[in-house]
Design a protein around this ligand. Structure first.
Ligand code: COA
Length: 465
């Protein structure tokens, strides 16, 4: 049985910090954010928003657009790394909010859980729900997979320039109008790591930034190697002598903690894929230098990062490689459109890969490209750490969904925050009732029961009319 994404909705908070204002306040060159990382705006949540509200707003949008009632939804999974409770799952809050609109008890038989594995958990949720559909358990109902996060780092840390927030809801079923997943090729790579983690009780993560960048690349490459074996074994593709797996993907969507990570990851994967093909000799000629090798090629991530001579040469090699016509062609045709939305919005953790997918659909369609039957490869990464590589094919009815996509219009008018307002929000100095915007037609947080209450930690939400 088929399974895939039928429709996709995005909810992005309307407050943002401008990258240049931010850089100026932190004594950084704005070009480090704008050109170096590919960030122009970071979406910031208001004081009456949390990841559960964002998720509920994305769900309501997709249900209203598709005229779905609660009985049509058999499963609702929320994948997040911005968990609100050690025990109570985020989908329960979301159901509570949706029932304020659809009626108490209306989602009674909608099963689901909250999924956690840093930024990759949404991909695991999609895979598990697709298998629920493929197994024939869905009985004509849809699954809703929501990825929702607030990417928040310590003030003054190097992660602070890669923040953002938002949610994406994906409707899955057995006759998807948008994208059908390729069966039996989904591949993973996993290893116990401490590149980025958020210990109990800490609101912001502990981050080893450069370590996490390199680990992401290695883990995704390992998952891609396994994916390629499965794609050949199942007959999904046949590789000719001078071909690599990436030649068989029309588009490649990457996990995007910041927009330029997509470029970095593409260069790393393409180098890996092309190195053993006959075309590599021609590429090396264009690059004008040999690929550098670390002093200890079998060393650890730490030893590679500490090998400054190798790191400098490798940086130079990557820069020259990224300027070759062959790389540019792959970048422009398969990746560039997926990076546009991330520049405008920032990091969405679990949702960032799917914001990239959404961005690619909208901006490629605007170019007049017929997306029917195009294969999308997805490279998902979550710190801690695991990668997942999978793929799917755009369906003939896709235009019905994609023709109305307009991210800017969907987000609506945005308010630019002053650095003072941003820091007040960041440090949780404003109560929900002191929100900077007047929310309309969306779910908001009213209050959280305080420490002295018997109901300590209970969260109350309402639908702002
Ligand atoms: N003009 C233009 N580009 C500039 C610049 C300037 N003035 N200053 C720096 N840059 C470029 C750098 O060359 C680098 O580009 P490269 O990646 O192509 O080499 C980029 O901007 C970032 O600079 P870098 O020095 O690597 O940044 P950093 O070490 O201060 O922080 C992160 C970058 C991503 C490590 C940091 O923001 C972080 O920890 N983020 C959170 C964790 C994360 O996102 N991990 C990713 C994997 S999940």
């Amino acid at each position: 049985m088929a399974a895939g994404i039928d429709d996709i909705s995005v909810y992005i908070p309307k407050l943002y910090v401008d990258a240049s204002d931010f850089a100026e306040a932190r004594g950084l060159d704005p070009q480090k954010l704008v050109r170096g990382l590919g960030i122009s705006k970071m979406a910031i949540v208001d004081s009456n928003q949390d990841p559960a509200c964002l998720a509920a707003n994305a769900c309501l949008q997709i249900m209203q657009k598709n005229k779905l009632s609660p009985e049509d939804i058999g499963r609702l999974y929320v994948a997040t790394e911005s968990s609100l409770d050690e025990s109570k799952a985020m989908n329960s809050y979301v159901i509570g909010m949706l029932e304020q609109v659809y009626g108490s008890g209306s989602f009674q038989h909608c099963g689901g859980i909250e999924c956690k594995f840093a930024c990759v958990s949404g991909s695991y949720a999609l895979y598990d729900n697709s298998n629920w559909i493929r197994a024939g358990e869905s009985e004509d109902k849809h699954a809703l997979v929501v990825v929702s996060d607030i990417a928040k780092y310590d003030l003054g840390s190097s992660g602070e320039m890669t923040q953002g927030g938002g949610a994406i809801a994906m409707l899955l079923n057995d006759k998807p109008r948008l994208l059908e997943f390729d069966p039996k090729v989904t591949s993973t790579s996993i290893k116990n790591e401490y590149d980025f983690y958020r210990p109990f009780g800490k609101e912001t993560p502990v981050v080893h930034g450069q370590y996490s960048n390199l680990l992401y690349l290695i883990q995704v490459k390992n998952a891609l190697v396994d994916y390629t074996k499965k794609a050949i074994k199942t007959g999904l593709i046949t590789l000719a002598d001078d071909e690599s797996m990436l030649d068989h993907m029309d588009y490649i969507n990457m996990h995007l903690p910041y927009s330029n990570m997509g470029k970095k990851a593409l260069a790393y994967l393409v180098r890996h894929e092309w190195r053993s093909t006959p075309r590599w000799a021609k590429i090396i000629e264009q690059v004008g230098m040999n690929e550098p090798v670390p002093k200890d090629p079998r060393g650890t991530i730490e030893s590679i990062l500490a090998d400054s001579e190798f790191m400098t040469k490798d940086h130079e090699f990557t820069k020259r490689f990224a300027n070759t016509n062959d790389y540019q062609e792959v970048y422009e045709n398969k990746v560039a459109s997926s990076l546009i939305a991330s520049k405008m919005i920032g990091n969405l953790y679990t949702a960032s890969l799917y914001l990239g997918f959404r961005s690619c659909l909208e901006f490629e369609f605007q170019k007049g490209i017929d997306l029917d039957s195009k294969r999308f490869g997805f490279a998902s990464y979550g710190s801690g750490s695991s990668a997942m590589v999978f793929s799917g094919v755009i369906q003939p009815e896709y235009e019905e969904i994609v023709k109305d996509m307009n991210l800017e219009a969907e987000i609506g008018e945005r308010k630019k925050l002053s650095l003072e307002e941003y820091e007040q929000l960041h440090e949780n100095k404003l109560k929900p009732e002191q929100s900077l915007l007047n929310a309309k037609k969306e779910f908001v947080l009213e209050y959280v029961e305080g420490l002295s209450s018997e109901s300590r930690g209970e969260r109350r939400y309402s639908f702002a009319d």
